[in-house]
Each structure stands twice: as C-alpha cells, then as structure tokens.
Design a protein around this ligand. Structure first.
Ligand SMILES: Nc1ncnc2c1ncn2[C@@H]1O[C@H](COP(=O)(O)OP(=O)(O)OP(=O)(O)O)[C@@H](O)[C@H]1O
Length: 921
C-alpha cells in the first residue's frame, strides 16, 4: 500500500518532521559542547566528553530512523499511553521514543490481541494493558516509506488485526548484506522469551540452522546490559566466545548496532593464549606456536585410516570431562613429586677467608613448604614462597651468627648462598614449564601413575599413541615469514587440555565473568565448557548451537548432554525450529539433506512463508560444461544485483583451485581459506567469496553455489561430509545452486522434487569425456589437475541381484505387495552388506526371505537399515535383537559386523551405494 493512503499519514509525517528537527537541533547542541558541565577536573571533563560523544553518536545514528514502531494502550489505571519504539531512547517534548530493550516493547512482539501484559523485571511487576494501536513504520531520510497498522482497537476504528508475518517476510526479503544485522523490528515471541530470560541462569538454545541463534544471543546481551533491567552488568563482566575469527568478522557490526561497546568477542583459542600472555609466571609463549586444525580435513577423506581413528579417540579423551579429573590428579602428582630431603642439607659458601656452612633440617624444609602451601594456591607462587621461606630461614640464622653490620664481603656471601639455596631446593620443586609438564603427562609411566583406574584401557592407549603434538612446521615455504619457520605446531585439540593443566596449577580461575555467551556451541568440547564454567562467577551463560552442524569428528558436540552435565540440572533448555534465513524452498531442501545424514535424529526446520525459486542442481560429466553453467549462474546473479554471493567447496584445495580458475575467467572474488586468519588480515568483503564450506559456518549469503556435490566428492557413507554439505546449503538466504561433476551425492538422494535438476550432457554422449581445459590464471596454461575428468559411469549390478528384481513379481504372485521403495531400498542395502559382510551373510538373509516373505518389508528391512546405520556411524548395533528379526540373522549380523568392521567405507562399497541410490533399476 502506498504510505500516503494511510488515513493518518499526514499526522505521522508531521510528527516525524518535528522529531527530525528536534534531533537535528540536539545534534548541533552536542557538537557545540552544550552539554559540557562546569567541572574543572580533567576526569570530569573527559567523562562528560565521553557521555557527550556517545549521545551524539547515538543521535546521529538514529537521526533518519528515530523509530520503527508505535504503540498506544490503556494502562491498568485506564490512562492512555503512547510510545514510539526505536533502537535507542530519545526523550523529546512531543513524543517519547523508547528503546526496544524496554520491557513495554514486549507488547509489540506478543501479538495483536487486545488484552495483553508485560513484565518489568527490575520491579518484578506485571502490568495488564488494553491495546489500542500497533503501528509499524519504515523510515528513511525523514520520510515514511511504509506504514501499517497491525492492530487498531481505537474507538471508531474498524480495521481487524493483520498477520504480523507479512512484515517479517518483507524484512527477510530485504536481507542480504554481508555481516549479521540486528532484528529488533521483527523479534519473534520465542526469541523474545530467550532474549529477556533472567541473568542468573544457564540458558542452552538448540536451534536449527538460520533460526536466529546468534542474533538472539547478541540481542540478549544488549538486553542484559540495558540499565533498566537492574542487573548492573557492565561490558567488562561479559565474555562472548565464537568459534573462529572469520565468524567474529561476520558478526562484527551487530553489537555496535545494538549500542553495545567494549564487550570482548574472541575465539576460545585466542582467549586462552591471552591468559598465557598475561601471566608472566608461566613459561609458555604463545608467539612460539602456530595453532593448527591439522586433523580436520583428514576426516573428510572417504576412508578413515587407523591413524585418524587414533587421533579422533585421543582428541575426544583429551577434551572430555574425565580428562579434567585426570589433570587434577596429575597436579597432585606433580606436587607429590616435590622431593623433600630426609637428612640434613648442608650448603657451604665462602665468607671472606672462611667457609661457612648452613644446615637445613628436614623439618625446617617441610615447614617452609607447608607454609608456602597455606599461603598460596598456585604452583609458581608456592614454589617462590617455598624458596623465599628457606631464604628467610637462612637470613635469620645468619643474623644470629654474625651480628655485624653488612659489609661488601657479607653481601657477596648472602648473594652466593641465596643462589645456592635456589639452585639446590629449586631442583626439588621444578619450575612451571607448562608444555613440558603437559607432554610428560602422556608418558606411559606418568599416565599409569596418575590414572588410578579413571580411564578405560582404550582411552589410555589412545592417549599414549597420539600424545600432545608439538612439532616444527614441516613446510617452511607455507609459513611464508622467516620467523614462522621456527614456530611449533600446536593442535587445536590440545589447547583446552593444556589450559586445564595451567588452571589447575594456577589454583584459581582468573579473570572472572558474570555472563558468558558461547556461540556455535556444537564446536566446543565438554572440557572447554567446564573450564569456562570455572571462570563464571554466577553460572550465567547463554549457549547457542546446532548439533546438526557439528562437522568435527574429533572435537565438538553431537548432543547436549555434556552441556547439561557441566551446567547442572538448573540449566534451561530452549529449542527453536523456525528458520528465518532461507526461503521456504531452500529450507525444505536442507531438511531433506539432513534427513539422510541424521535420520531420526534430524531436527527439521520450519520455513517461514517466504517463497523463492527452487534450488537448482546442475549435473554434468564434463567439467567444462559444469564450470560454464557455474559461470553463467554467477553472471546471472551479478546482473540481478546480488551483492553477497558465495561459492562453497568441500575443502581448501578445491577452493584454491576454483579461485585460480575464477581468476582466469576474470571473475573478481575473495578467497577465504582459513577459519582463523592472522589478526588484521581479514579480506575485504566483496560481492563473491570462495571458501571451504567449513569456513562458511555461521555466515550467510544471498546466493550460494556449492561445488562439487557429486558422490565422489561427498560420499554418502561419510556422515561428516553429509553434515558439511548441510552446512553449505543452509548458508543461502534467497538462492541455492549445486554443481555435480557426475552423479550427485547420496546425501542428496531425498531431494528430487525439491530442486530443479539440470543435466548438461556432453555433445556426443557416446564418447568418453574430454579433459577440460581450465585456465589457472589469466593468460596461463590450462590446468588439467583442477579436477580429474570423469567418464560416464556404467551401472553394474551383481548377477544375483537380478533374482531380486523378480522378487516384486513373486510377492505379487503370492498375493502380497511390497512398496517399490521398500524393495529398492532392500536391494541396495543387501548389495552393500554383501560387499561388506560377505556371501554367507547375505545367503542367510536370502533364506530368511525365502522362508517368510511376509517379513520382508518390515523386519528384515529394519534389521538391514540398522546394519547400515551402524556401519555409517561405526557403532555396534546395540545388543538387543529387534523384535521379529530371526535370531540366526541377528547373530550372524553381530558376528559379521565384528569381523568386518575394519573394512568399513571401502571405495567399492561407496561407489556401489551411490550407483544404487541413483539408479536402482
Ligand atoms: N526475528 C527475526 N527477524 C528477522 N530476521 C531474523 C529474525 N531472526 C533471525 N533472522 C535472520 O535470520 C538469519 C539467521 O540468523 P542467525 O545467523 O542469527 O541464525 P543462526 O541460528 O545463528 O544460524 P546458523 O546456525 O545457521 O549459523 C539472519 O539473517 C538473521 O538476521
């Protein structure tokens, strides 16, 4: 509707004009120092100046859009209230603009019914009101672009309440800028409840991708810091932890836009290094280390090597809550290693011409140590105090013996003897060398001494085989800078255990916070959470995440049980399934991917009624054709005016290759390879970004192109790749394109119908595929290694399967029917199991089938599904035989699973699976 058609357009326009004028005058007054008080002290002046600058900035920021909503209601005493709502409080003579953080703004979010209430937490009071008017605006440059009444109950007004979703959809449609923006105009009820939850709780929000978890966490912070909540929380009391520097870059503008300044936003790893840096008592210099996520891409490989398995297990154990207990025991063990002498210790030094001996009795040394332990809780402080106590003892003895004024000789003697004391007793109580201590823990002797039955045997063996890694960079040319060659690699999975040891030896957790926000919590480990709990004085957390996006096999959370264990039973769990980011079509597509990856554990996202085009899946066996379709898509998007597009790849290498190719095509783009680029090296935002899907976590783009979504690249039997693919597709706001070089991944098998599938056949499909000439850079030679060329794959069904092709007919002949889907499903699983578990096993199944066809579509398929799920997750299928599954088949299955588990994920099995998924006939 044209805003001018609104019956009160003229009045509102007049109000806006007056508001703009008053704000302009105020800005002028602020600029001229009108507010500055008469204080003479510099501090007063500077406080005044700071306040004035803040006020000025806030006025300038809101000058053109001072408000976005208006509410009229009768309060409980029947008095009419009329408020406008904006991003900040502005008190003007003719209207009051309240900040969205005010309790009364809840009324706006709650809905359109006439009787409503809002709660004022600072006074713990709930107010009943009668709604009169609820009006929305979109303003810009002193003009009203949009005005709509969602409810109007004023006398004489007849307009019925309208659906508030239409404004939400309008806002979502407008989104697309890089960087997360505020949602204050369209906060939803479920989100508001979380935002306004009390401070003194641990709030755990599990939300589907795009449900606004990050947005809610940051708005909650802005709310908690708001004066009127009565929490007296300051920015210094709060810590915001995010999974990567790249992510922090993505959200960098949100808190300032919400008027929050001075809150530390940092990755866990940078924060830990900051603690080490701030502590001169620890012999650990973060500058000596380069932080590596060295194992991540290894897990993307189809075949999990025994070494990777070990890494996985060791990393999991090192980041478990049990490990924290192990560290505590180790700390005690380190203290117990302080060897006190059983006999007198006699130290001797030259004093002038005579040699003077000092004797330390065992009980004196013991006393020096126990008093140090009483006075301090930290390992280093205790050591220093212990040595100091011994020094004091020596000085006392010295004064008793030589009651003479100190001369030069005397001072030299005291110095020499002090040094001797330090050396002798310092050896008994070792200096705090964090990395040396940490590595020592993994020595078999130490582990067994410390463990005392805490860990399982497999856990101990994993720790021994994959101890803390501390190696020199292998590729100095990769390191670039000369000094980087000297840096040691520290794996990310060692940072939390290292910090746990540090904290345990330090004796107390400092600094402390009153509230900690953890974003993308699925990327945190139980140990990290437990350590952060120690830094939180009030147990007040906002933890948000989505286990469907945990793409790490060796760290991260697959469910929330660890969070509950750390935060305790009082933690409040919230769930949001509404996806605000993507169009209806993209959400359904993402759900279908998740369904395959997570099966019954999938948490389906609910789309808003915002429609767009269906995702498009381009498929070709020829790389040049596929790349051409990608280039055409990019040009099309650019012409459409999209300003925030991403090409997401499976890994770094593919991103690099694509980037080289795009440069060759003169397509300007940003290549973002690392999750944690060195500080200050964040690339400029540009229209097109090329990045590995793992790096895109937490971000969003107007249009996403996923390359290459073929089965070869995202094999269906690797669930981590399924999750990675889900992360990639769930980054898209408005448009999603997938490009498959060859047959699409099995993870996409539930998407037909949810996307537009475009084939790009080779001009002569009978001929083998031609190697694609791909330019590596402008003017350079083609790079044939960009991707291996594919020939058309031939479907090879094993001969005995043909008997199953007739099964449907047989069943029908015996008067039974089997849904086609079930039959196909059964066949492909049978085939996979035969490859994996051998001929004997499937023969037994066959005879079970032959004995009772009536069981085939329920019992047997269930058993086989169970088998496949177990194989995929590499877990044993439990010990309970599913009801109605024949005992012989079940026993055989268990037996074969044990025997053959090592051969999981063989390449043949993968390719067969993928053939069957996409061409079961
Ligand atoms: N109430 C809302 N009104 C308008 N936009 C919203 C609302 N809630 C969320 N959004 C938008 O939805 C998108 C996703 O939000 P956000 O990144 O906070 O979600 P998330 O759950 O953290 O996503 P992910 O887990 O996928 O990283 C953003 O563009 C955000 O602005």
């Amino acid at each position: 509707m044209n805003p001018e058609e609104h019956p009160e357009y003229r009045q509102e326009k007049q109000t806006l004009r007056e508001t703009a004028l008053l704000i302009e005058q105020d800005i002028e007054a602020q600029r001229n120092g009108y507010m500055e008080g008469g204080g003479n002290l510099w501090t007063n002046r500077s406080i005044n100046r700071n306040i004035r600058e803040d006020t000025l900035k806030s006025l300038e920021d809101n000058q053109y859009k001072p408000y976005f909503a208006r509410l009229e209601f009768l309060d409980s005493s029947g008095k009419k209230q009329n408020y406008y709502f904006g991003r900040t409080h502005i008190q003007l003579p003719h209207i009051t603009v309240l900040s969205w953080q005010s309790p009364v703004y809840s009324l706006f979010i709650q809905g359109n019914s006439q009787k409503q209430s809002y709660h004022v937490p600072a006074r713990n009071k709930t107010h009943q009101v009668q709604l009169l008017l609820k009006r929305r605006f979109e303003l810009s440059l002193h003009d009203i672009h949009f005005i709509k009444d969602e409810a109007d109950y004023r006398k004489g007004a007849t307009r019925a309440p309208t659906n508030q979703d239409s404004f939400l959809i309008r806002k979502l449609q407008q989104r697309g800028n890089p960087g997360l923006q505020d949602i204050v105009e369209t906060i939803q009820i479920d989100q508001d409840r979380i935002i306004r939850a009390p401070l003194n709780v641990s709030l755990v929000l599990h939300g589907v991708a795009g449900s606004g978890k990050t947005s809610v966490a940051f708005h909650r912070l802005a709310y908690l810091l708001f004066d009127e909540t009565g929490h007296n929380l300051t920015p210094d009391d709060v810590l915001v932890l995010a999974p990567s520097r790249r992510f922090l870059h993505h959200v960098r503008d949100l808190l300032p836009a919400l008027g929050v300044k001075g809150v530390q936003q940092i990755t866990f790893f940078d924060w830990v290094f900051q603690q080490f840096n701030n502590d001169s008592g620890v012999e650990f210099n973060p500058e000596d280390y380069s932080l590596e996520d060295s194992h991540f891409e290894g897990f993307l490989e189809a075949q999990t090597s025994p070494h990777q398995q070990q890494v996985w297990q060791a990393a999991t154990v090192k980041n478990s809550l049990k490990f924290l207990e192990l560290i505590e025991r180790y700390t005690q063990n380190l203290y117990a290693r302080v060897q006190l002498p059983e006999d007198d210790v006699v130290l001797e030094e030259q004093l002038g011409v005579q040699k003077v001996k000092v004797t330390f009795k065992p009980q004196q040394v013991r006393k020096a140590l126990s008093s140090a332990f009483e006075m301090h809780s930290g390992y280093t402080e205790r050591r220093q105090q212990f040595l100091q106590n011994l020094q004091n003892h020596f000085l006392e003895l010295h004064e008793q013996r030589f009651w003479t004024p100190r001369d030069h000789e005397d001072r030299r003697y005291i110095q020499a003897m002090s040094a001797r004391i330090n050396i002798h007793f310092g050896r008994l109580y070792r200096r705090f060398n964090l990395m040396a201590f940490y590595q020592e823990l993994f020595e078999p002797r130490t582990l067994f001494q410390v463990d005392q039955g805490l860990l399982e045997i497999w856990e101990l063996s994993a720790l021994q085989q994959e101890p803390a890694r501390k190696t020199r960079n292998k590729n100095p040319e990769d390191a670039g800078e000369k000094e980087q060659e000297e840096r040691l690699q520290l794996d990310m999975t060692d940072v939390a255990p290292l910090y746990a040891l540090y904290l345990s030896l330090k004796g107390k957790a400092e600094p402390t916070y009153r509230h900690i926000i953890i974003d993308e919590a699925q990327d945190f480990t139980p140990l990290q959470l437990a350590l952060l709990r120690q830094h939180n004085t009030e147990g007040s957390f906002t933890i948000v995440g989505d286990t469907a996006q945990n793409i790490f096999a060796h760290r991260g959370l697959d469910d929330w049980s660890a969070i509950k264990e750390v935060m305790g039973p009082s933690a409040i769990s919230e769930k949001i399934t509404q996806n605000y980011r993507s169009t209806h079509e993209i959400v359904l597509f993402g759900n279908a991917v998740q369904q395959v990856v997570r099966g019954q554990h999938a948490l389906k996202a609910v789309p808003v009624a915002r429609h767009g085009q269906k995702p498009v899946l381009h498929q070709s066996d020829q790389l040049d054709l596929l790349l051409k379709s990608m280039l055409d898509t990019l040009h099309h998007l650019a012409h459409q005016g999209r300003k925030n597009i991403a090409v997401l790849t499976r890994d770094r290498k593919q991103a690099q290759n694509l980037s080289t190719w795009l440069s060759g095509q003169k397509v300007h783009h940003n290549l973002q390879l690392d999750n944690n680029p060195p500080a200050g090296t964040q690339t400029q935002d540009s229209i097109l970004s090329v990045l590995p899907a793992a790096v895109s976590k937490g971000m969003e783009f107007e249009a996403v192109l996923v390359y290459d979504t073929s089965e070869d690249n995202y094999p269906v039997l690797n669930p981590l790749l399924g999750k990675l693919l889900f992360v990639a597709v769930s980054r898209a706001l408005h448009e999603l394109y997938l490009f498959s070089l060859g047959r699409p991944s099995g993870h996409l098998r539930a998407t037909p119908g949810l996307c537009k599938h475009l084939h790009h056949p080779a001009p002569d499909a009978g001929l083998p595929a031609v190697k694609t000439p791909v330019a590596t850079s402008p003017g350079s030679k083609p790079n044939p290694s960009f991707q291996k060329p594919r020939t058309h794959q031939v479907i090879r069904l094993k001969p005995h399967l043909t008997s199953y092709q007739g099964l449907q007919v047989t069943l029908q002949g015996s008067g039974q029917s089997l849904p086609t889907d079930d039959l196909l499903h059964f066949r492909r699983i049978r085939e996979a199991l035969q490859d994996l578990l051998g001929e004997d096993f499937v023969r037994e199944m066959d005879s079970a089938v032959a004995k009772g066809h009536q069981h085939i579509n329920t019992d047997l398929i269930r058993l086989l599904q169970l088998g496949i799920t177990s194989l995929q997750s590499k877990k044993k299928p439990g010990t309970q035989r599913p009801q109605n599954v024949p005992e012989a088949v079940w026993q055989s299955w268990l037996h074969h699973f044990e025997e053959h588990r090592k051969q999981l994920l063989t390449p043949e099995l993968r390719s067969l699976q993928f053939e069957l998924y996409f061409n079961p006939g």
